[in-house]
Design a protein around this ligand. Structure first.
Ligand SMILES: Cc1ncc(COP(=O)(O)O)c(C=O)c1O
Length: 388
């Protein structure tokens, strides 16, 4: 049975061109970038080149890119690093109700350390209101964090406007771009960003590597002490093969972005149109236009409690999608999604969504097979209500 992967927001297949670029750095060029000998110097040079490549793609300087292990680490570093370094200025942080857990959890942890966190609400499509941000700012506000695009429903936030407000008020502005980098244009100047989180495994690069852009002059506390790597901001021996792969993956995504976004958008619209037309009880979560070209999130009225069953039945037929909410098939937990709750879905509806996320390796044929398997599975499940 041919398996079809439609969960590219969770992670992507590493592009063979990325694997090829990484291979020499396992057993041919394997030195430690901190070593003074030739083995060290040659990888140090490659690392500098990779750093410069990634920096240029987002309009940053190479010295402003700090390599980390992941998007999660970059988000933790941004929030905790800014909070603790700027405690003398204030203790208030603003973020949104639909951030990834790797922003929400550190914010909740910071609350226990004496910080105050405001979560901006979002509308039915998942968009923040810029006026709410303006109103939430206080004299103690030191940091605002707004994701560029949401991982569950794909909604793209107005970070350009948010960043301008922060800059005018002298407040640090961070954005989590793990879902948007490589898919839509990302640059640090337009939105006046001081900090930006990106990672590689969402863009056909390897897992276990991410970066935080830290604008030069930003007051941030290193979160990991040791040998003083990464301009003293993140100690640990650098993962050279992963860094090389990250840079190659980022380069390919940006080079191929406009054609790929159009292709994915066409496939996305084909799925949305077909599902909304064929199933009157289906509804789309997230904004119809302000959304990532590869993201689709459906709810099926009356079938929310069956979201995991739907996912598992599709999986048995070789189709990999996501529930799009914080559910765990093996842990038995089926929690409400904070993102679906934030857009106003009631607790029953917030339990079940089907996220289909397209990627570089998906074809029109994959979409046709998905639609026919979905018809089969939905035919065997009887929705409790027929109209949303
Ligand atoms: C929006 C967003 N932020 C952060 C992360 C965490 O990234 P990583 O898996 O590299 O820790 C993810 C990954 O799921 C994400 O989608």
């Amino acid at each position: 049975m041919k398996r079809i992967y439609l969960d590219n927001s969770a992670s992507t297949r590493t592009d063979p061109r990325v694997v090829e670029a990484m291979l020499p750095y396992f057993s041919e060029f394997y030195g430690n970038a901190s070593s003074l000998h030739g083995f060290g110097r040659e990888v140090k040079e490659v690392m500098a080149h990779s750093r410069a490549t990634i920096a240029a793609l987002i309009g940053a300087g190479p010295q402003e890119i700090v390599f980390t292990s992941s998007g999660t680490e970059s988000n933790n570093f941004a929030l905790k690093g800014i909070a603790f370094a700027n405690r003398d200025k204030g203790n208030h942080i603003i973020t949104t109700a639909l951030e990834h857990d790797s922003v929400i959890s550190p914010c909740e942890w910071l609350k226990g350390q004496g910080f105050i966190v405001t979560y901006l609400p979002v509308d039915v499509d998942g968009l923040i209101d810029i006026n709410d941000l303006q109103k939430a700012i206080r004299k103690e506000t030191i940091l605002v964090s707004v994701m560029q695009a949401n991982n569950e429903i794909g909604t793209i936030e107005p970070i350009r406007e948010a960043g301008k407000i922060c800059r005018a008020c002298g407040i640090y502005f961070h954005s989590d771009a793990c879902q948007s980098f490589g898919r839509i244009p990302v640059d640090v100047h337009g939105p006046c960003l001081d900090l930006l989180t990106i990672n590689a495994h969402k863009i056909y690069g390897p897992k276990g590597i991410g970066a935080l852009f830290v604008r030069e002059g930003t007051k941030i506390m290193p979160w990991q002490q040791g040998g003083g790597h990464e301009m003293g901001l993140r100690s640990a021996t650098e993962n050279i093969p992963a860094i090389v792969g990250f840079a190659k993956a980022a380069e390919l995504c940006v080079e191929e972005m406009s054609g790929e976004a159009k292709r994915e958008l066409r496939l996305r619209e084909k799925i949305i149109d077909a599902v909304l037309h064929d199933y009157p009880f289906a509804y789309l979560n997230g904004h119809r236009e302000h959304r990532l070209p590869n993201n689709i999130s459906f709810g099926f009225a009356g079938l929310e409690g069956d979201a995991i069953r739907l996912l598992l039945e599709l999986d048995e037929m070789g189709i990999a999608v996501s529930s799009g909410s914080a559910c765990s098939a093996n842990g038995g937990g089926h929690k409400t999604s904070h993102v679906l709750s934030a857009i106003g879905l009631d607790p029953v509806r917030a339990r079940g969504a089907l996220r289909i996320s397209l990627g570089r390796f998906n074809t029109e044929d994959d979409v046709n097979v998905f639609l026919s398997k979905l018809a089969h599975v939905l035919g065997s499940l009887k929705p409790l209500t027929s109209v949303f």
